[in-house]
Structures are given as C-alpha cells and as structure tokens.
Design a protein around this ligand. Structure first.
Ligand code: DGI
Ligand code: FE
Ligand code: FE
Length: 203
C-alpha cells in the first residue's frame, strides 16, 4: 500500500524546496529520512516522524533578529532565556509556521519542531527522534564524535540524547554563549534518567 500521507509530504517538500536555500533543504530531507529510519528502529509512526523532520527547520530562512520581530508580531511568546539564546528562536517560530502555513495540528509534531534545538524534560519519542536526527543526518559533519553518536542513535536513544546535550552544553560554554534553560534542564533530565538506569554515561 502506498503511504497515505505521500501527497501532503510531497506538497510540503515542494514549498520548502522553494523557500529554503539548497543546503538547508538538503539538510531538511536528510533529517526527514533519518527521522523515518529512527521511527522504524523504535516502532514509532513513520509518517509523523518524516513530517516532523521535514518541517523542523521551516523557519530557518530568516536572520535571528527578524525571527524575534516576527514572533512579537504574531504573538509567539518567547521567554527571557530564549531571547538570550537567539539560535533557538527558529524552533519556536517554526512551530507557529507549521500551524499557520502548513496546516499541522498534531501536537506531538508541533512539540517536536518547537523543542528540536534545545530538547526539554520528559521528551516524547517523536521529540527525541527529531532532536537526534537533526544531529546525525548524513550531511552533518561538524562533531568529531559523529560516527559513535550515529551508532548510539539506533542502539540507545536516551543515552544518545544525553551525549548530544552534554556535547552541546560544553560547546556553548566554550563559546561563552548563553544556554537556554530548556537545554540545561534537558541535559539534567537525561543524566538523571541514565543514573537511575545505571547506564555508563561517560563513554
Ligand atoms: O537548525 P540546525 O542548524 O539544523 O540545528 P539546531 O536547531 O539544533 O541549531 C543548532 C545551533 O543552536 C547550534 O549552533 C547550537 C545552538 N544552540 C542549541 N542550544 C542552544 C543553542 N544556542 C544557544 N545560545 N543556547 C542554547 O541553549
Ligand atoms: Fe534547527
Ligand atoms: Fe536542523
């Protein structure tokens, strides 16, 4: 049987291919397919994962300052912590665009978009899948530990979340960037979860 969501996914893909620059669109497709793969590995809804991945960076075509203005204009609330970490604002405006422009109503998909940059405490499977896929998709090359993180993604999603969050916090500290409260809370949440599980989080 053909995937019943295919029309919708193709429609949104066409719009995004016009709106996003080619590199960002390529990343978007990589995240979308990686989300689908992770959904297969963890027995989650493949269509939803593909859709969330497709839309996660739909707002990433404006500079952060413009995004903050757009949030203000459209009543998208930003916390003080988010305003101090402008890199996270595209996720909040992305959620707004997903509703207003792409007609998404599924709360889990919307949360996956909204928290794809910071993570948060008590993340759903879909939220974790999008967060991890954003980091490991095939075109990503930044982090030196990517091969290991990629393997971990398909073996132990919570440990993978913790490793990415811990790396991001370290990276932001080294850059002396402001760290959004959700990022820190997410890191602590997964740390606790793993401590309770008795997992070896250090390597
Ligand atoms: O949009 P992408 O580039 O695909 O990926 P992303 O949405 O995860 O954004 C990554 C950037 O966001 C990266 O430069 C690190 C930054 N970031 C993540 N969490 C925080 C953050 N920046 C600040 N200032 N504070 C955070 O908590
Ligand atoms: Fe992003
Ligand atoms: Fe992304």
């Amino acid at each position: 049987m053909i995937n019943s969501n295919i029309d919708e996914i193709q429609r949104i893909r066409r719009i995004l291919s016009e709106k996003l620059d080619p590199g960002r669109y390529e990343h978007t497709l990589g995240v979308s397919f990686t989300c689908a793969s992770l959904a297969m590995a963890y027995g989650q809804d493949i269509d939803k994962a593909e859709m969330a991945g497709l839309l996660h960076d739909c707002a990433k075509r404006y500079p952060d300052s413009v995004l903050i203005e757009k949030c203000k204009k459209n009543g998208v609330m930003l916390t003080e912590g988010e305003l101090n970490s402008p890199a996270v604002v595209h996720a909040k405006y992305g959620r707004y665009l997903a509703v207003k422009k792409y007609g998404i109503t599924d709360e889990d998909i919307l949360n996956a978009i909204s928290y794809h940059t910071t993570g948060r405490e008590g993340m759903s499977m879909l939220e974790k899948i999008v967060y991890v896929a954003d980091y490991i998709e095939p075109r990503r090359y930044k982090a030196s530990d990517l091969p290991e993180i990629r393997r971990l993604a398909f073996k132990d999603l919570d440990l993978c979340m913790y490793r990415i969050l811990e790396g991001t916090v370290g990276y932001l500290k080294a850059k002396r960037s402001c760290i959004a409260p959700d990022t820190l809370k997410a890191r602590d949440y997964f740390r606790k979860l793993l401590d309770n599980r008795g997992a070896d989080t250090l390597n």
